[in-house]
Design a protein around this ligand. Sequence first.
Ligand code: UDP
Ligand code: MG
Length: 315
Amino acid sequence: MQTEEQPYLSVVVPVYNEEKNIGPLLDRLYPVVAGIGRPFEIIFTDDGSRDASLRILREKARDLAGVKIIEFNGNFGQHMAILAAFELSKGEIVITLDADLQNPPEEIPRLIREVEKGHDVVGTVREKRRDPFFRRLASRAVNITTNRMTGMEMSDYGCMLRAYHRNVVDNINRCRETTTFIPALAQTFAADPAEIRVSHSERAEGESKYSLYRLIRLNFDLMTGFSVVPLQLFALFGVVTAVFSLGFALFLLVRRFVVGAEVEGVFTLFAILFFFLGIVIFGIGLVGEYVGRIYQEVRRRPRYVVRRLYGFEEE
Ligand code: UDP
Ligand code: MG
């Protein structure tokens, strides 16, 4: 079954091992989307799930008109899953949403109203966020530094319940970068973004797909993918350090003539040395982040591999 008309609304959901959540999600999402009364499509990207997610999705897609599935060949990550769905989406308005029911689908009509008012990107801010304390703290730090560095203004980079106008999605589809962070990418194309507050729930079933390591990787993508300020700050720091150490050397020279050479305090020197050594290693790592990114881009490997599509019309 397919809706033949051109969809007005595309809902995009990345799925990675969410077998317990898909049923309850569709039970809530489908009536909301169908209730809007315009042609729609719901695109699930199965990001290489190793549980029953794909089987459940296929069963659902058979019964529910407008549900489509992109099956990935492996795990390419949440943002690639969304990008693949963006490329196949047809809606005038495109909405992204997590599969774990942390974002209430009932908010979708509000998002649509904002887009219809003329905002081309509508973000959401999680009210009373239900995540572990350390995640909330880390998110705050990321939100503040990212805004500072990129000059963007977004209160909550992590919240994936978002609406995009077709123009913004088309522009995102023109980007070929291999690592990305979609809300930040969209923000660079937004002419008139808006934000609304939404409630937030705990993950319904299963565990977060982000380990501490993956979260750190993701945030590095966000920071280095959208700004070269870290590199510039680092260079600036190098200059300041050089000036200070020149001053220090002059001081030692003068001291040598006044009170003689200094031999004690060798360990202080060690401490200072190790401090700068740490900074130098960090700097090399930081440069490495950018070099690695350039390397990834020049290889031009496909960003993701689709194994099969379900429910899309033959082109
Ligand atoms: N996800 C995905 N691929 C991944 C990791 C996550 O498609 O490699 C999906 C996941 O199924 C969920 C969404 O991305 O729908 C957000 O993931 P999660 O809830 O684990 O992140 P958190 O809410 O902890 O930030
Ligand atoms: Mg989640």
